[in-house]
Design a protein around this ligand. Structure first.
Ligand code: ADP
Ligand code: MG
Length: 714
């Protein structure tokens, strides 16, 4: 009897799988009742804390006031009681090390009672506020030697604590910052918090100038749109590259790809829908306002977007979204791929980060208003962003740099590596007029003076959309589209907050003390457009012409991670990060080092996998098949010769590329540039030969699930 390959049996298994059965019943359990049930929310705090404690904590959470240490014991007690009433037995300080992933160290609520026969539950304010995980194994970029590897986690009361349920128990999770024993940030959260504080201070200066004195704390907001792929678990486990690198390193294109654009917004398959319902349900329980879901462009690709929240909370929640997607996929026999480019030749996955700033009294500061006065204020904030993005474009490129995202940026489906701003026709026109305004005193058409002319009505809705811009104004926010699907959004948010802080500071400095505010605004906006207007580009970011034009405009085009990372420690970046107390020079250096190491590390793993799959899977098949063809052609009067020659040629090419790969890998050391310019191309060379062989070798012998199977079988 013919033995069925594991690949074929995977397909058979999937095909005969029963359709999903109901696990959620919204007639019995409404999303309304579900929302936030597993978070220690403001509502729960109000119920369980004394009035004084609650209002003190509220001031910390909403107005950014320093936490009053005295309230910690009471909060800890209430938190423990609430968590235990919902079945929690353990707690953990959750933190976000530079790996980009979430880390947790769990402790039990229970201590031995001392009599050898009882355990008592305890959770003191001290334990809530500070933890001390042994942190020696987290990346620190040379900041700490292992013998001083103490790290501290510090409670972040602005991000709600929550419960994570597991079939066997429930854990209370407390979001924390993670710092070294000497006080340096070792995580992604700390700089986000600091940058939000700095942004608040400078934004208020501007608002004060516009006469707003009694104003609430200004906060950055973020709404991340997460793209991801789903494939069947059976396929995932039979592909070593997916398992270890999260993307396919070999794989011939599927006969059908995304050419018909029939997947985008298409009908969502039932099995995927069942998964999505459950994802939404889990996120709702965690108080994460998951809102939008749809098919994306590539087959097997989807998107989820929650409603925006305060940047820090959005960032923590984004980590939970990624974890939840993976967990729930597993329950449905699927695997959620968050890699930026799991499949060559198909669209990759990004994470558009929508960003704005605002508060409860002035609302969204990037929302054009109804009056010229409001519009002048809007133009100042928008101008600040334009100046910031141009001045610090290399930084924005650096914070989205990763080995995975390199395959996406500039690959004609994602924004190019050139950072530019899309404003939309109307807004761009307004800024053009402002720029021309100072040049002439006459009020001819086409010039515009703040406060003198009535500002025209500004676009309320981003009517025109531009998918090719890395940084787009979308009506009342900017959308940073270059962020990769697998990345933490904390780095991009920190960068945006910090560079806009610097711009607002600069502008406030120019406006404060001016006798004629409108004239001063006019002047500063003109100056910004003159010096930084080059960053505005409304055309097609994918086009060849743009690359040439961008070069002419002097815009940087940092194509790869090794090119981009040095910007993290450029003098301009160090200066502003130190000035606003976001990160010190040492901390920036440590980050750059960690990310460089990560880049080399990821490429190294991928190269190992290419070598392994190339040598132990594909090459032997090619040799075996070539031999058979040679023997066959001897008896068949030459039939099979042509194919044999092709197989032989590709086998030689594969072997050669793998030899080169070995050599380059051994020589690359810790130089990211070497990995990027020698190892990466050698991997591609090996892949090209491998993929050619996939198209030649009998299908039933090919052990790796094909693109066609992975992408279309759901
Ligand atoms: P699209 O795909 O059209 O860009 P989506 O609806 O998928 O839009 O996602 C838009 C995201 O932008 C959502 O997360 C939304 O909450 C967020 N958003 C809307 N307004 C703001 C704002 N003021 N600040 C930050 N994010 C915002
Ligand atoms: Mg969207």
């Amino acid at each position: 009897m013919k033995q069925q390959s594991s690949r074929a049996s995977a397909v058979a298994d999937i095909a005969s799988r029963p359709t999903p059965t109901r696990t959620i019943n919204y007639h019995e359990e409404s999303p309304e009742d579900l929302f936030g049930v597993n978070t220690f929310s403001l509502a729960v705090m109000e119920q369980t804390l004394g009035a004084g404690t609650y209002s003190s904590l509220l001031e910390t959470i909403q107005d950014g006031k320093k936490l009053d240490g005295k309230v910690a014991d009471e909060v800890a007690d209430a938190m423990r009681a609430w968590a235990m009433s919902k079945g929690a037995t353990h707690f953990t300080h959750v933190f976000y090390p530079l790996t980009g992933f979430t880390a947790e160290k769990h402790d039990s609520f229970y201590d031995p009672g001392g009599d050898g026969a009882t355990a008592i539950s305890k959770f003191k304010g001290k334990t809530l506020i500070q933890g001390e995980p042994d942190a020696s194994s987290f990346p620190n970029g040379g900041i700490r030697a292992t013998h001083t590897a103490r790290g501290y986690t510090a409670w972040d009361p602005t991000s709600p604590a929550y419960l994570i349920e597991n079939p066997n128990g429930t854990t209370l999770c407390i979001p924390t910052s993670f710092v070294s024993w000497t006080g340096e940030a070792l995580d992604k959260k700390t700089p986000v918090l600091k940058s939000m504080q700095a942004l608040d201070k400078q934004a208020r200066r501007i608002l004060n100038l516009f006469g707003h004195k009694e104003i609430a704390h200004v906060s950055a907001s973020a709404g991340p749109e997460q793209e991801y792929f789903l494939i069947d678990k059976a396929f995932y486990y039979s592909r070593p590259d997916l398992l270890a690198a999260g993307r396919t390193l070999f794989g011939a294109p599927s006969p059908k790809g995304q050419e018909f654009d029939d997947h985008y917004f298409g009908v969502i398959p039932d099995r995927v829908m069942a998964f999505m319902y459950e994802v939404d349900r889990e996120l709702f329980k965690l108080g994460i306002p998951s809102k939008t879901r749809h098919n994306e462009v590539a087959p097997g690709q989807f998107e989820i977007a929650p409603v925006y929240e305060s940047a820090n909370v959005a960032s923590d929640h984004q980590q939970l979204v990624m974890t939840t997607l993976k967990k729930v996929a597993d329950k449905h026999g699927l695997v959620c791929l968050l890699h930026e480019k799991p499949f060559a030749g198909l669209n990759g996955s990004g994470k558009h980060v929508n960003w704005s700033l605002g508060n409860s009294t002035q609302k969204n500061l990037l929302d054009p208003g109804d009056t010229p006065h409001e519009n002048a204020q809007f133009l100042v904030f928008a101008g600040a962003v334009i100046r910031a993005v141009d001045k610090f474009a290399p930084l924005l490129r650096a914070v989205v740099a990763s080995a995975g995202n390199d395959h996406r940026l500039g690959a004609n489906e994602a924004p190019p590596a050139i950072i530019s701003i899309f404003l939309g026709e109307q807004l761009a026109d307004v800024f053009e007029q402002i720029k021309a305004g100072g040049a002439t005193t006459s009020k001819q058409r086409g010039t515009l003076n703040i406060g003198v002319d009535t500002l025209p009505e500004l676009p309320k809705d981003a009517g025109d959309r531009n998918r090719t811009s890395p940084f787009a104004f979308t009506g009342n926010r900017f959308e940073f589209r270059a962020v990769g699907s697998n990345q933490s959004i904390a780095g991009p948010l920190t960068a945006m907050n910090t560079i806009v802080t610097e711009s607002l500071d600069y502008i406030a400095g120019k406006l404060e003390g001016a006798s004629d505010l409108n004239g001063a605004i006019q002047e500063v906006l003109e100056e910004i457009l003159r010096d930084h207007g080059r960053v505005i580009f409304n055309g097609d970011g994918y086009s060849e012409e743009w690359h040439a034009e961008a070069a002419e405009r002097g815009l940087p085009n940092l194509k790869t991670t090794p090119d981009a990372l040095p910007a993290l420690t450029s003098p301009e970046v160090v200066e502003i990060f130190e000035k606003y107390g976001i990160l010190t020079e040492a901390e920036l250096h440590s980050r750059q080092e960690v990310y460089s190491e990560q880049y080399c590390g990821y490429v190294n793993v991928e190269a190992n996998l290419v070598a392994e799959i190339g040598r132990t899977v594909i090459f032997p098949l090619a040799i075996e098949y070539a031999k058979e063809l040679a023997e066959a052609s001897a008896v068949l009067g030459g039939a099979g010769r042509v194919t044999m020659e092709k197989v032989k040629e590709q086998a030689i090419a594969l072997e050669g590329a793998l030899e080169k790969l070995d050599e380059f890998q051994a020589a690359a050391g810790d130089d990211p540039k070497a990995w990027g310019t020698t190892v990466v191309p050698a991997m591609l060379e090996a892949r090209a030969a491998g993929d050619a062989l996939e198209a030649l070798i009998p299908d039933e012998r090919w052990p790796l699930p094909t693109y066609q199977e992975m992408l279309f079988i759901k």
